[in-house]
Design a protein around this ligand. Structure first.
Ligand SMILES: [Fe+2]
Length: 139
């Protein structure tokens, strides 16, 4: 049984927009785990995984837009970090399409997403939220 990744309040950046999307991302990750654990059809598992990947990509786009709008000085590093997960997810999705479903890869992907997101949020997103907070307070 794969563990569920409950939302950890220590991951809150303090930016409401970013936090709301992060919570939805973890909810989508858990939906994906639930569908996999219930032994649903491969097409169903792939559908929830694609939904999660799309959600993550949309969230990255929104976060990058936010950084452009506020003139964030570390936008390049942050974008590179997003690009890293985007590339890994697109390679995994390519590998898993059609008949090539592999439960091991799916489980590794779940762990990758949970670990990667936790690491990224605690560093990159915390810094971004702090920058926005400081900027707003000096307005
Ligand atoms: Fe980010």
């Amino acid at each position: 049984m794969q563990k569920i990744y409950n939302w950890d309040p220590r991951l809150e950046t303090g930016n409401n927009t970013i936090d709301a999307q992060h919570k939805s991302m973890f909810a989508a990750l858990n939906d994906f785990i639930a569908v996999k654990e219930q032994g649903k059809a491969v097409s169903e598992i792939q559908k929830t995984m694609e939904f999660l990947a799309q959600y993550i990509i949309q969230h990255f786009d929104d976060e990058e837009k936010l950084q452009e709008e506020c003139g964030y000085p570390h936008i390049l590093e942050h974008k590179n970090s997003h690009e890293n997960l985007r590339n890994r997810l697109s390679n995994i999705l390519k590998k898993l399409d059609g008949k090539n479903y592999d439960n091991k890869i799916v489980e590794q992907t779940i762990r990758l997403m949970a670990d990667w997101l936790t690491y990224h949020i605690k560093g990159f997103d915390f810094n971004l939220a702090a920058y926005i907070r400081n900027k707003d307070s000096t307005k």
